[in-house]
Design a protein around this ligand. Structure first.
Ligand code: GDP
Length: 169
């Protein structure tokens, strides 16, 4: 029969950013199939749900295995990059990692959604502060969006995913 195209999302970010929590939020428990594949010292988690296939893992401090996880970049429709908005000391690190990702040939032109996560916490930087810290305005040749959210409460997550859906149409 006619099968709709699977939308491939890469969900990346530093450890503790909230990727796992966000993934649970995006994937409705019912139809989601989740698997964890321990590969070469890092866990790739993936979930298939509602026409999406999400791959996620932690990045940063893992340069030497970068060649391996780059294999997961093929045919990515949208990159979702998650930032812990309360962890200002790691904004610079997050910026470096994001810059490196955007410089990768395999992700050339791929739209990027940045979730400024943990907005439910009072000391969280605002979405626009996160955008400034990561210098998102200098992103060229692709569409991008900053979205404040709380993976814990779910607030803002859907707005981000709506943007993702519009981008892949
Ligand atoms: P990962 O390492 O990127 O997969 O991050 P996790 O999803 O495991 O989250 C790391 C920690 O942050 C956990 O203790 C989560 O409960 C917490 N966390 C994740 N998202 C949020 C959020 O939106 N708000 C709050 N308050 N805590 C969060």
């Amino acid at each position: 029969g006619i099968k709709s195209r699977e939308i491939r999302l890469l969900l990346l970010g530093l450890d503790n950013a909230g990727k796992t929590t966000l993934m649970k939020d995006i994937a409705s428990e019912k139809d989601a199939s989740t698997e964890t594949t321990p590969t070469l010292g890092f866990n790739v988690k993936s979930v298939k749900t509602q026409g999406f296939k999400l791959n996620l893992w932690d990045i940063g401090g893992q340069r030497k295995i970068r060649t391996y996880w780059r294999n997961y970049f093929d045919n990515t429709d949208v990159l979702i990059f998650v930032v812990d908005s309360t962890d200002k000391r790691r904004f610079e690190e997050a910026k470096l990692v994001l810059t490196e990702l955007l410089d990768d040939d395999k992700l050339s032109g791929v739209p990027v959604l940045v979730y400024a996560n943990k907005q439910d916490l009072v000391h969280a930087a605002t979405a626009s502060d996160v955008a400034n810290s990561l210098d998102l305005v200098s992103i060229e040749n692709r569409s991008w969006r900053i979205q404040g959210c709380s993976a814990l409460t779910g607030k803002g997550v859907e707005d981000g995913m709506s943007w993702v859906c519009r981008e892949v149409k």
